[in-house]
Design a protein around this ligand. Structure first.
Ligand code: BG6
Length: 508
């Protein structure tokens, strides 16, 4: 892999949580793999009163605490933090950006970065427009002398209108190809592997359609609650926080047509077509097709767990959903009439993200009378943890008669010797440094995703009678979500943390 051109990375929100937990460890990992530019400077910017030394000390502690690298070398970390500087900014003050510009010019001369700049907005979303406007006013947005790239964290707006407005404002300042909208799920190795699984193997694609697939299920469950993010989460909720972005992107990659090439726009065009084909959910159908829930106090493994409404920063009467499950269809030739089910929730029994392709049963049940019930084939793509792919199929148990057992054919990443799975941020930061936007969301994708979400937001807003179901922390969400799944006796797959743990026996 190539090393990117020399550049300066400016992180706004440098004293925040995202920078410490994700960005600094990811940059350090790239550094030790020799994937950082030969000459590189990191300029932290935030409101906190820090000197560059304070920032270096903070960065070094963050790397030690959050890096997943096995052998952390203190000298290597010190060497890496040596390229870091800090500049205090008041985000609204234009003169602070002028000041920032003069620091950038000095760094550019020292590190020979030839005007190449990346700005990372690791700040609250309300600041994206302000920072971008001030950067361009200070003359830091023009790509005339070296590239200028702007990384924007999610959420990109909080509904269709604000999403469009954010895009319009950014487009007045900079070009679309300078904007990198991060959806960290796209940086996950296993999410990218969806493309390889589907389009590098001749065996899956012929079956990947309405003729052979009964339904598709995508689950992203977390066993943590909202932790210390109650303030943010209470105004976001699971629909905005997880569905509009991460879950829909997984739907896009699962359902898209083969792209004509691996070019960023070729892939994003196909994802966009899926979003454009999502059958709009009518406002009046929201109570039937969308189930929302909120976790209530409970005891998990003997420990008392606070209910959502009593979390720090959360309104005691909040109706914000911490769980959402949606049933929908994709109106195109490949997926007509195949139901898609997606769900996400906090305080679930385990943390797991997976895509389950349920194949239709065999057309003639030769063994049905003998064994009563066949379980059907499932292809399970485990995004995290215990990354891998599992195919469930029925086989005859050796011995007399026809005793059928559902078995697993599995591949797990951990079995690959010497393979290291890079973190999502590592991959995405490497890509933006190389100007590759394949794994970043484009303006039209984001807006079309909001368009799909809009009737749900409207129905919830306009109709307070639509229930927010309570579910005990540590359970799989509210009971009514089970009846979303169409078909007698069908329900969600209840995954365990270990991919290959569940076995289903069909006894004689
Ligand atoms: C973030 C959400 O985008 O994704 C969080 O804001 C969520 O609420 C997180 O916990 C989940 O990411 P991951 O990579 O841990 O699955």
């Amino acid at each position: 892999m190539e090393r990117p051109d020399n550049l300066i990375l400016v992180i706004f929100g440098a004293s925040g949580d995202l920078t410490a937990r994700k960005l600094l460890p990811a940059l350090y990992s790239l550094k030790i793999q020799n994937l950082m530019p030969e000459k590189f400077a990191l300029l932290g910017a935030a409101r906190t009163e820090w000197s560059s030394d304070d920032f270096r000390k903070h960065a070094s502690e963050a790397i030690k605490k959050f890096s997943e690298e096995k052998d952390l070398d203190p000298a290597g970390i010190a060497d890496f933090t040596g390229c870091m500087n800090y500049q205090r900014v008041e985000y609204l003050s234009l003169s602070d950006y002028e000041q920032l510009k003069s620091v950038i010019n000095t760094l550019s001369a020292t590190f020979h970065t030839r005007g190449n700049l990346i700005f990372y907005m690791a700040t609250p979303p309300s600041l994206y427009e302000i920072i971008s406007t001030n950067l361009t006013k200070a003359g830091l947005g023009s790509p005339a002398d070296g590239f200028k790239r702007f990384i924007i964290e999610k959420p990109f707006g909080y509904d269709l209108e604000s999403g469009i407005k954010l895009n319009q404002t950014l487009h007045q300042l900079i070009a679309e190809d300078q904007i990198y909208r991060i959806d960290h799920y796209l940086g996950k190795e296993t999410v990218q592997n969806l493309l390889v699984t589907r389009f590098a193997n001749g065996i899956f694609e012929p079956l990947w359609n309405r003729n052979y697939i009964h339904r598709v299920e995508i689950t992203s469950a977390e066993n943590i609650g909202v932790e210390d993010r109650g303030g943010y989460y209470d105004s976001a909720g699971a629909l905005r926080d997880m569905v509009q972005n991460h879950l829909l992107q997984m739907v896009g990659l699962t359902a898209m047509e083969p792209p004509s090439s691996l070019d960023a726009d070729a892939i994003r065009n196909e994802v966009l077509k899926v979003f454009q084909s999502l059958q709009p959910i009518k406002e009046e159908d929201v109570p039937k097709q969308v189930i929302r829930g909120q976790y209530t106090a409970s005891k998990i493994r003997g420990e008392c767990v606070t209910g959502y409404r009593y979390e720090k920063g959360v309104d005691n009467h909040s109706r914000t959903e911490t769980y959402v499950a949606i049933k929908f269809y994709i109106n195109n030739w490949r997926w007509g009439d195949v139901p898609f089910y997606i769900r996400t929730g906090k305080r679930m029994p385990t943390t797991v993200t997976e895509i389950v392709i349920h194949f239709k049963p065999s057309p003639h049940h030769l063994f049905q009378r003998v064994i009563g019930k066949l379980s059907g084939n499932q292809l399970i793509i485990r995004i995290q943890p215990n990354e891998g792919i599992l195919l469930k199929f029925d086989m005859k148990e050796p011995g007399s008669g026809f005793k059928v057992k559902n078995v697993n054919m599995d591949f797990q990443y951990k079995d690959l010797a010497d393979i290291r799975i890079p973190s999502a941020y590592e991959r995405l930061l490497y890509d933006v440094m190389n100007g590759d936007s394949t794994l970043y969301a484009r303006d039209d994708e984001v807006e079309t995703a909001w368009k799909f979400i809009e009737p749900v937001q409207k129905a919830w807003k306009n109709n307070p009678a639509i229930k927010v179901y309570g579910y005990s922390a540590g359970t799989w969400g509210p009971e009514p979500s089970n009846s979303l799944i169409e078909g007698e006796g069908l329900t969600w797959r209840y995954p365990s943390k270990n991919l290959a743990d569940e076995e289903i026996y069909c006894e004689l």
